[in-house]
Design a protein around this ligand. Structure first.
Ligand code: TRP
Length: 462
């Protein structure tokens, strides 16, 4: 196989699985239900879908087009398409953002791995009293809360799990695009959907599940405010992996006959479906067990509320293992995509063999992610601008670098890139028809930069 082909995805299914793998992650599984609960249920879902259509898909197509036209990493693409200009700085921004995201994302992925291990050994459910649906959950609740504190706020164990996550990433990424990323996604993605549907079937048939479904599906429009809209936009960016060159990097591995528009449609739809299924897992369970009063904050939701639900089901450990496997799989395929942004850059820029580049990219992460992991224990008092390292990396990357990156991507493609770049990419050089090129260009030029700018500055006026 030639060098060129091994740096491309091998099949259509594989490239979709890898891109969906990047998109579907902690953002859909733990962030979405929590956001939906506090932002009006189906009303938030509706907003999320609207944001995906008007903002998510066009920006995704912008990244796809740049990646496949430039066929390089996030930095190299701009070097190639705009030689002698400063646009490569967008790529550098993306690489910095992706590095920062990896640091905290791998810590949370480490927690999911620890929970998986604790589900397998049964340690997670040791000493927690059995409660039947509708009973008093306060003791179990306190029990799981204590476990969570025990697991994530001791120094060593979470750190070791974070490092294990980095090690797994290293093993996958060193194998390259086809044999590493694509193969992993081909196995884990279908598995994730099967487990999610199975979990849904269980929670939907619980006694009293109907009330949860009804709550989730009846939109409460009174909850929609400016900040809901802003949250929905933030959720769109994070859950579709936009704004820092992940999709530029992946699209560089797309064959030239890949239909970008339909790929973006499938990836977005999968992302919505996973969020929706997660809603069908959580809300019926919450109503059935009488946990309605609980506010579902992301961390508590997956590490506390769901274990409570599993504790009440027959086959507790099996459901627990299935769920944390699902969560780990989703998170792993996302971390792989985030690290690939920097890895591709290092590999191209310094012309290194894949394995060397992988080690060079991931080694510093062992130290940087330790700062984030220890933010919950021995370094919880170390603060910069009032934030622990974990929060600093999260806020900086998610709230600042991603939207800034996305605005510049839109401005470059909309106003400065070679005139027919987008149209050429959407029509595969004129070989297929595209009805949306005009609309997408309009959004990328005007609508997206304005909306993203709003997301970016809104917190300043809170
Ligand atoms: N989309 C992933 C999730 O929902 C996370 C992710 C992967 C990401 N790559 C990204 C977020 C790039 C922002 C930018 O969990």
């Amino acid at each position: 196989m030639s060098e060129k082909n091994s740096k491309q995805f091998g099949s259509k299914v594989g490239l979709v699985a890898a891109t969906v793998g990047s998109a579907v992650g902690l953002g859909n599984i733990w962030r979405f239900p929590a956001e939906a609960q506090s932002n009006g249920g189906a009303a938030f879902l509706l907003l999320y879908v609207i944001c995906i259509l008007v903002l998510g898909i066009p920006v995704m197509l912008a990244e796809f087009s740049l990646g496949r036209a430039g066929r390089s990493d996030a930095y190299g693409v701009f070097r190639k398409l705009a030689p002698g200009k400063k646009w490569w700085m967008i790529g550098v921004l993306g690489i910095v953002a992706s590095y920062a995201i990896t640091c905290f994302y791998s810590v949370v992925t480490g927690w999911t791995l620890e929970y998986l291990v604790q589900s397998i050994t049964g340690g997670l459910y040791d000493g927690i009293p059995a409660v039947s649906p509708g009973g008093d959950f306060s003791v179990a609740d306190a029990g799981f809360q204590a476990k969570m504190t025990q697991y994530i706020s001791t120094p060593w164990t979470p750190l070791i799990f974070t490092w294990l996550v980095l090690l797994v990433n290293m093993l996958v990424l060193a194998r390259g695009v086809q044999k590493g990323i694509e193969k992993l996604s081909n196995i884990l993605m279908p598995m994730l959907f099967v487990v999610l549907v199975a979990l849904c079937c269980v929670t939907l048939t619980l006694p009293g599940a109907g009330a949860g479904v009804e709550w989730f599906l009846s939109p409460d429009f009174s909850k929609i405010t400016a900040s809901t809209v802003i949250n929905a936009m933030g959720q769109t960016f994070f859950s579709l992996s936009l704004g820092m060159g992940t999709l530029i990097t992946y699209a560089a591995y797309y064959p030239s006959d890949t239909k970008l528009a339909s790929t973006s449609g499938i990836v977005s739809m999968m992302s919505v479906i996973v969020a929706l299924l997660m809603g069908f897992v959580i809300f019926p369970a919450v109503s059935s067990f009488g946990l309605d009063g609980h506010s579902l904050v992301g961390t508590t939701l997956v590490f506390q509320t769901l274990p409570e639900v599993f504790a009440c089901l027959p086959g507790t450990q099996i459901w627990s293992i299935l769920f944390f496997t699902l969560l780990f799989a989703a998170a792993l395929t996302s971390t792989v995509s985030i690290i690939e942004v920097t890895l591709a850059f290092i590999q191209n820029r310094f012309k290194l063999p894949r394995i060397k580049a992988t080690v060079l990219t991931i080694l510093p992460l062992f130290a940087l992610s330790a700062l984030c992991s220890l933010s919950f224990s021995s370094m919880s008092e170390v603060k910069i601008f009032g934030l622990t390292f974990f929060d600093l990396f999260d806020v900086l990357a998610t709230n600042v670098l991603l939207p800034v990156g996305a605005i510049f991507i839109c401005i470059y493609l909309g106003w400065c890139a070679p005139k027919n770049l987008l149209k050429d990419q959407l029509t595969n050089g004129g070989t297929i028809r595209s009805h949306i090129a005009g609309v997408v260009l309009f959004i990328i030029r005007w609508v997206a930069p304005a909306l993203i700018f709003t997301v970016l500055v809104a917190p300043l006026f809170k």
